[in-house]
Design a protein around this ligand. Sequence first.
Ligand SMILES: NC(=O)c1ccc[n+]([C@@H]2O[C@H](COP(=O)([O-])OP(=O)(O)OC[C@H]3O[C@@H](n4cnc5c(N)ncnc54)[C@H](O)[C@@H]3O)[C@@H](O)[C@H]2O)c1
Ligand SMILES: [Zn+2]
Length: 362
Amino acid sequence: MNTVNVPLGDRSYSIQIGKGLLEQSGPTVSQLGLSGPCAVITDDHVGPLYLDRVIQSLKSHGMDPVPVTLPHGESTKRIAMAEKCYEVLANHRLERKSPVIALGGGVIGDLGGFVAATYLRGVPFIQIPTTMLAQVDSSVGGKVGVNLPQGKNLVGAFYQPLTVICDLDTLATLDPRELRAGIAEVIKYGVIHDPELFQTLENSIDRLLALDAELTSGIVARCCAIKAEVVRQDEKEGGLRAILNFGHTIGHAIEAISNYNQFLHGEAISIGMVLAGVLSKELLGFSDADQERLVALLKRTGLPTSFNWSDDQLEKLLAAMALDKKVEAGEVRFVLAQSIGKVGFGCRVPSPLLKNVLKSEF
Ligand SMILES: NC(=O)c1ccc[n+]([C@@H]2O[C@H](COP(=O)([O-])OP(=O)(O)OC[C@H]3O[C@@H](n4cnc5c(N)ncnc54)[C@H](O)[C@@H]3O)[C@@H](O)[C@H]2O)c1
Ligand SMILES: [Zn+2]
């Protein structure tokens, strides 16, 4: 098992990464000094597969778990679902010391964390992420929240979990497309911070796609450690945390103009990273060779690397970028790469260049 610490003073916590950890969730939770009633929030894909293991383990270690199974999918990340959770928690008389456990992907983690942050003004929160994306990204760092009809993640909080349990066994049942989309974020960590990780991926992407246990454990741990380090330096996104958004400015816009139903997040980010690479070549001296390595690795992972949009879509794409939360003084700022492993943030991109790059065949 790998353990990664997230050092945030009195909000520090550890992330456990390994196999067979769902069955150990009871001991892990009781070691945190918790007992009695708790809620386990999950969705209707994950619940039938894994809820029982968690419930049994919690029960045999002094907990009295109340399961809350919600529909799967992004539309579950909304206030009405949080309200449904509050009602179950209140009906079962959960108290200030009763933990909320999120068992699922990023949707359940973000929603469960939001419920934990707000019910009784905050109760203990535990993440058990079950997608690649949730294990390497969304379960670490404390961003929790829900969507509004006006946009994604518009209501939320910074609320750190007490611990994160990444059971690699759960990844085996993931839809292969979801697995590949999660690996887009893994590749991102290589580009923003870790040339060695990038090289490991180049050497072993097939073994990662086959979920080789030792390799996957090391890679998930490395990604969590990078995110933990970035969050330690900039918990509330004053500056450095922006580097986690490499490929995301364009990626978010691609998701928005395709109504969030054509691409998975990681797929949109894959195209966004390729375009950020092209901008990086123009503005930061990112080399042709590094750009080729990035595109080749994304392709081998089975991720899309280009999209041909119409003029109409291009205008929508630019408008969507202008609405991004990261806009500063009316100007879209980008995270761009100098080389694989080194990025800069807050980069200005002249809009004629952006338009040209989006229009170009690349
Ligand atoms: N908080 C953050 O810092 C942060 C960072 C990145 C993304 N996010 C959020 O994460 C969400 C996306 O997360 P996601 O990609 O995990 O999506 P998701 O939670 O919707 O999970 C994807 C699908 O896989 C299913 N699933 C989950 N685990 C499974 C398993 N082990 N076996 C079989 N099926 C399984 C789910 O039911 C769902 O249908 C978005 O809402 C995004 O905004 C948050
Ligand atoms: Zn992302």
